[in-house]
Design a protein around this ligand. Structure first.
Ligand code: NAD
Ligand code: IPM
Ligand code: MN
Length: 362
């Protein structure tokens, strides 16, 4: 069966890193019999420039029709003055919301070859393998009411609402517990139940769902402590399940444990394995256009796509093995290179992955 994949390069380094991931998809299609068709569309600032909207209806239609979406990143300083509704980030949030992609899987794995690239001591991060399960379509990101209003005094007030329903918490917790069964059978639920009622409910529901998984050990941490534990002793974690905002912040912190945010892929899934795949990092305006960004997070996102949406787990393994082989060979983009050592650019890194894929095929 043929699968359709929609490519959304986005802004900043998005087009550069997505080009390398597309090379991987095309190689798999042409040389490994992966049955896919590729479409391209605009999202984010690029779409705003072309059509006046960060998520044009044509892009949303294509995304709805596709089996999987590969997204680079959106945003940049040139769009920061736009109203929130027209900002590039709204394009991404619109896709997540409209497609119902509530389950965001963000694996943070330390490749042993990169132990020295982490800012933490090697013994703290060696063997690190955490899965952050972030709820992606609720919380303060989508809660109503929201906005900026002017009070009778003339002073302005900004307002956002942290909102979760029981069913939203339940379904993401099921994803986390099911994932833990494939791993170390441990779930840490992260909340701020000592202060926020919304997350008091989160803890109650997580505990209830946990009773369906007696073989999985559940513990709870407040988010401030969780952030501290992540950098103190990150290997205590197996699966972390948390809400949209806490998951956003904790996953960037977890990224640095692995050496670079340029290494972390993600999958955003609905209930039927339709997914959007993207690196967890942003459009990196500080390095955009220079051909130096690390494409591995995006290439590893393709591996997740193969596994979750394209029913091609063997090819997913192959892409991950190719990345390991490239790291073994010592290829490093600037973000994962030790000071003073030789680095490669975005395209060279992508080419090296393709070479490794071909070698693994023989
Ligand atoms: P960022 O993730 O873009 O960059 C943070 C730092 O990490 C920068 O120094 C950047 O150079 C570096 N970095 C990121 N990706 C890298 C890669 N692949 N290789 C090497 N270095 C990399 O975060 P930011 O600077 O806070 O945000 C920039 C823009 O991106 C903002 O407009 C933000 O809203 C947007 N953003 C988008 C997404 C997304 O599309 N999913 C995610 C985060 C931020
Ligand atoms: C991410 C990003 C997005 C988020 C932004 C760009 C909307 O930071 O994917 O982690 O906050 O979810
Ligand atoms: Mn983020």
């Amino acid at each position: 069966m043929s699968h359709s994949v929609l490519i959304l390069p986005g802004d900043g380094i998005g087009p550069e890193i997505v080009a390398e991931a597309v090379k991987v998809l095309i190689t798999l299609r042409d040389e490994f019999a992966l049955n896919i068709t590729l479409e391209h569309a605009l999202v984010g600032g690029a779409a705003y420039e072309a059509s006046g909207h960060p998520l044009p209806p044509a892009t949303l239609d294509l995304a709805r029709a596709a089996d999987a979406v590969l997204l680079g990143a959106v945003g940049g300083p040139q769009w920061e003055a736009l109203p929130i509704a027209l900002r590039p980030e709204k394009g991404l949030l619109g896709l997540r919301g409209e497609l119902g992609l509530f389950a965001n899987l963000r694996p943070a794995i330390l490749y042993p070859q990169l132990a020295a690239a982490s800012t933490l001591k090697p013994e703290i991060v060696a063997g690190l393998d955490i899965l952050i399960v972030r709820e992606l379509t609720g919380d303060i990101y989508f809660g109503q009411p929201r906005g900026i209003e002017t009070l009778p005094s003339g002073e302005k007030r900004g307002l956002n609402s942290m909102v979760y329903t029981e069913s939203e918490i339940e379904r993401i917790c099921h994803v986390a517990f099911a994932a833990a069964r494939q791993r170390q059978h441990r779930v840490c639920s992260v909340d701020k139940a000592n202060v926020l009622e919304c997350t008091e409910l989160w803890r109650e529901v997580a505990t209830r769902v946990g009773r369906d998984y007696p073989d999985v050990q559940l513990n709870h941490l407040y988010v401030d402590n969780a952030a501290m534990q992540l950098v103190r002793a990150p290997k205590q974690f197996d699966v972390i399940v948390t809400g949209n905002l806490f998951g956003d912040i904790l996953s960037d912190a977890a990224a640095m444990l692995t050496g670079s945010i340029g290494m972390l892929p993600s999958a955003s899934l609905d209930a039927n394995h339709k997914g959007m795949y993207e690196p967890i990092h942003g459009s990196a305006p500080d390095i955009a256009g220079r051909g130096v960004a690390n494409p591995l997070a995006t290439i590893l996102s393709v591996a997740m796509m193969l596994r979750y949406s394209l029913a091609a787990p063997a090819l997913a393994d192959l892409v991950e093995k190719a990345v390991v082989r490239v790291l073994d060979r010592g290829l490093r983009t600037a973000d994962i290179a030790a000071a003073g050592t030789e680095t490669v650019g975005t395209a060279q890194m992508g080419d090296a992955v393709i070479t490794a894929l071909r070698e693994l095929n023989t």
